[in-house]
Structure formats: C-alpha cells, structure tokens
Design a protein around this ligand. Structure first.
Ligand code: XIL
Length: 357
C-alpha cells in the first residue's frame, strides 16, 4: 500500500496557542533557546504545541531509575502516562486498601519535569488484583467495588491528571462487548456508570474510552462510534476517545485513520493517540525502519489534520524500554529512539510532519 501524498498545511499560530492554553499544557522554554542561551533544536512537544497539540511518552516506574532515559523523556515530551502505576492491581492491591505509591512517583517525576499526566486506567479486564478476579461477587457487591475504586482513585489524582482512560479495551474485534468481569456481572450499563462516577469524583478531568485496533475504520471502531453516540444522547459524561495505536508493519497501515478521527470529533469529542508504537518482525532493517518512519509521519499528520485530535502519546519512546518484545515474541524495534537513545528514521518523520511536511 502506498502512502497518500502529504499535503502542506498552514496553521494559525494564534489558534494553536489558544488551544494549547485550553489544554493547560505547562509552559516550556522557547524552542531553540536553551537555558544557557545556546541554540538547540525544538523538541517534539514544542513542535506539537505550535499546533495546539501535545506530544508525550508513557513511562513505567522502574524506568525512572534509568536517569539518561528519564531525563531525555522529561526534556523531549510535554505529557506522560504511567505504563502500569495507576492500574487497579497497583492502586487497590487489597480490597478497600489503596496504594498510590507508584502513581504518585510518576506524578512527582512529571511535576519535576513540567509534564502533564494522562491517567491510565480505572477499569480494564487485565492487570486486576487477585482478590477481585478470584472472588465471586453479586452485582450489588461488584457495583460497590467498582464505584469505590473509581471514586478513590479519581479523587486522589484530582488536579494531578488532565485525562483518565476510564474504561480500557471494553470491545471485541467484532464490535460486541468484551465479556470482562464487569460486563458479565453488571451488564453493559457499567460503562455509563463508570463515566458518571468518574465525573462525580472530578468535575473537570477529561474522561476517555480507550482501545486498540480502533485507529482506522472497522467493526470495532464502528461499535465505539455507536456506543459514544448513545452515551452522548443519554447525557453521560464523556470527553474523549483514545486510540491506542499499537500498530504492526506486517498487518498494514489501518484504513481511514483521518476519517475515523474526524467522525469521533464530529460527536463533540476529543480524540488522541494514547499508546502509539509501531512494531515489526525482527530483525529490523533499513526498509522496515523507513516504512515505520512513514507510518509515524502519517499518524502525526492525521492527528494534525483533525482539530479535535489533541495529542499523541508514545508507549515509551525508546526500544530500550518497550513492552513489545515481552508480549510479541520475535517483534520489536517499535519506537522512534533506539536502544542507545539515538534517533531512528521515525523520529525524523514525526519531526518533519510536525514541522509542516
Ligand atoms: C502494558 C505495559 O506496558 C506492560 O508493562 C504490562 O506488562 C502490560 O501492559 N494496552 C494498554 C496498556 O492499555 O496498559 C498496556 O501496557 C499495553 C496495551
């Protein structure tokens, strides 16, 4: 499949600045002027901010001890997402016994580096604590557990995260609801309930649904479109739709990404790439790295083309720390920086897309 020709784009700096302000993104030093007065290239986040967007990277707690990695992340990006630190197993390891140590560590790191934090995630079928998955719960019990979890976690991070992935991966590939513990015990109404409880606990944080394989048009993203339309009609609080963006070269570039972003934006939502990485079958070679670069550029351009696409988060920025090799054997090299923290062609492609093609 060939990449469509890239269109040059002209943007209003004033509009971009205004929406950056609305996003509440932290002020960073002016591009090109380092603290010592010497010229340095603008960071990806600084370039994104010119368009009123953010550019972020996830970080997992153990990675914070890799100071070269953590420092570069803190300089280059404007937002971060805890890779694991705010998941249910981490935040409520025993019933009613909350532990915010890992999440707080990320929030403290983010504050020290002037990064905003995306909260991830209040509800997911994976990485749940044993007490929750091994228990047998009546609907009333599980409802109370879910409500308390969302309330406590959202209250704790009020003012510290700008968005929450309220529900993660709640659909199957064919667009039916995933039969997670919440669905099977509570029925599909748990999604609206979760959103309402999150809103009650923090009236201003942006509330997202988030999933993979919804970057382009298809049965799964159709199902989200129908669901969110219904939620909106029912006045359920929802602010955004997160496209994880876990792509793989061997499956082809998703069809209709920009059109997909646009239709969700048309529902009055923000959209964002929340966990972008583009893996390949190893070993990497120049051809694959060039194709990966092209894909990173196209995702960036698709986001810039849709006003309500507020930003892009990489799921880690370097092949040094990536979840891919552990989960997809024989695959990897998914990120724009290599294991030595050197730029790959993908970095240049993102940069060029952010600089106007
Ligand atoms: C991954 C983490 O990066 C890993 O460290 C962990 O072992 C498993 O989860 N979709 C999501 C993320 O929403 O939470 C997942 O993160 C990657 C897939």
């Amino acid at each position: 499949m060939r990449a469509p020709a890239r269109r040059p784009r002209v943007r209003s700096a004033a509009l971009a600045a205004a929406s950056a302000l609305l996003l509440g993104l932290a002020a960073a030093p002016t591009a090109g002027a380092a603290a010592d007065g010497h010229h340095r290239p603008a960071t990806l986040h600084e370039l994104a901010r010119e368009h009123g967007r953010y550019f972020g990277s996830a970080v997992d707690n153990p990675e914070l001890t890799d100071t070269a990695y953590a420092d570069l992340l803190g300089r280059e990006f404007g937002t971060t997402t805890p890779g694991n630190g705010m998941k249910w197993y981490a935040t409520e390891p025993q019933r009613g016994d909350f532990d915010f140590t890992a999440g707080d560590e990320i929030v403290d790191y983010a504050r020290a580096h002037h990064l905003k934090v995306r909260g991830h995630t209040l509800l997911w079928h994976s990485q749940l604590p044993d007490w929750l998955t091994s228990g047998t719960w009546t609907a009333a019990e599980l409802r109370a557990i879910l409500r308390n979890h969302i309330t406590q976690v959202v209250k704790h991070y009020r003012g510290k995260v700008f968005a929450w992935d309220v529900a993660n991966e709640i659909m199957n590939e064919d667009g039916t609801y995933r039969e997670n513990i919440f669905y099977t015990t509570l029925g599909p109404g748990y999604i609206a309930d979760a959103l309402r409880w999150a809103r009650a606990a923090d009236p201003t944080v942006k509330l997202y649904l988030n999933d993979y394989n919804v970057d382009g048009l298809g049965a799964k993203s159709d199902a989200y479109y129908a669901l969110i339309k219904r939620l909106k009609a029912d006045r359920v609080p929802i602010d955004g739709f997160g496209l994880q963006g876990h792509l793989a070269l061997q499956y082809g570039f998703p069809a209709g990404v920009e059109e997909n972003l646009r239709r969700f934006a048309g529902l009055g939502l923000d959209v964002a790439f929340t966990e972008l990485d583009i893996r390949m079958i190893l070993p990497a070679d120049a051809t694959k790295l060039a194709e990966q670069a092209d894909w990173y550029g196209r995702i960036t351009e698709a986001c810039l083309a849709v006003r309500r696409c507020v930003g892009i988060t990489l799921w880690g920025y370097s092949d040094r720390h990536s979840w891919i090799p552990a989960v997809f054997p024989e695959e990897g090299a998914a990120l724009p920086w290599d294991e030595e923290l050197r730029h790959k062609p993908a970095y240049d492609a993102i940069r060029s897309a952010l600089s106007g093609g």
